[in-house]
Design a protein around this ligand. Structure first.
Ligand code: SAM
Length: 274
């Protein structure tokens, strides 16, 4: 059903501050569900079910949908939309407050979400850094964010490194603002991220890896010799040793580095500290 008339019936106006742009294009909804490759036994975590249009399609395709919606004004809408789907449960909580590892225990799960754009990075971090990561994620995000997720060296960002450390992102399709009501100001894209069992590069310690990456990207467009020595509090002899050991040119910038090079820097930094 058209989200505008549905919400009008319940006297609810969409809240821009919660990223409420409801997807109503049937082809886009179908594409998201087929991209999720769901099996009848699968568990799905949905973030922001909104009016329940996608939730209903997911519930038809899997064993159980567990959805978190922060806006409890939508409860009567979701109750009505999902009345025939007892395998879809909605909790009215902020997803960022949910302990996902505790929710799913050892149960594998897939994330499907047309995410509220104002917290895309926080949601990605929350899911990928969880002690129990999803098998895969099918996310509708801003086109510009989708491009950052799949970026290659020269255009890397801290978001690219953080996501590609945990999984392989692909852009599945692009969505025009007309696929949503109200129309967002930006183009969107559906991305699929297949998570790895093990990170694609070996690092002695994940926390230190991200400390080095954060330091590298800490000062925008600066050469690594400046960003890393500033961010990691290295004197010039220590910084020189880091670049000599790794063979990485200290004049390069963070956005040009591969994951392997970040891992090399991490190993060399740990050796320096010990
Ligand atoms: N899934 C629906 C669809 O595809 O039409 C709605 C998508 S809309 C872009 C984002 C939804 O996320 C809204 O329903 C919004 O209320 C909800 N939301 C926003 N912040 C949230 C949060 N922190 N936790 C859970 N849901 C949130």
């Amino acid at each position: 059903m058209n989200p505008k008339s549905l919400l009008d019936d319940f006297g609810i106006a969409p809240k821009k501050s919660l990223g409420q742009n409801f997807l109503h294009d049937p082809n886009a909804l179908e594409k998201i569900v087929t991209t999720a490759d769901l099996m009848p036994d699968d568990f799905v975590l949905e973030i922001g079910p909104g009016t329940g249009t996608l939730t209903e399609k997911l519930a038809r395709a899997c064993r159980r949908v567990i959805a978190f919606e922060v806006d409890d004004r939508l409860k009567p809408v979701l109750d009505e939309m999902l009345v025939a789907f007892p395998n879809a449960i909605v909790f009215y909580n902020d997803i960022l407050e949910v302990n996902i590892a505790r929710l799913f225990h050892a149960q594998p799960y897939v994330v499907v979400a047309n995410v509220p754009y104002y917290i895309t990075s926080a949601i990605l971090r929350h899911l990928l850094e969880s002690a129990h990561r999803p098998k895969r994620l099918i996310l509708t995000v801003q086109q510009e964010v989708a491009e950052r997720l799949v970026a290659t060296p020269d255009d890397m960002s801290i978001l690219t490194v953080s996501v590609q450390f945990y999984g392989r992102p692909q852009i599945v399709t692009r969505l025009n603002p007309a696929a949503f009501w109200p129309r967002p100001d930006v183009d969107s894209a559906v991305v699929r991220i297949d998570t790895y069992d093990e990170p694609p590069v070996a690092v002695p310690d994940e926390k230190t890896f991200f400390r080095v990456v954060r330091a590298g990207f800490g000062q925008k467009r600066k050469q690594l010799k400046n960003s890393l020595s500033g961010g990691l509090h290295l004197d010039s002899a220590e910084a020189a040793q880091l670049f000599e050991e790794t063979g990485i040119d200290p004049r390069r910038r963070a956005e040009t580095l591969t994951l392997t090079e970040w891992a090399l820097l991490t190993t060399a930094f740990i050796a320096l500290e010990s």
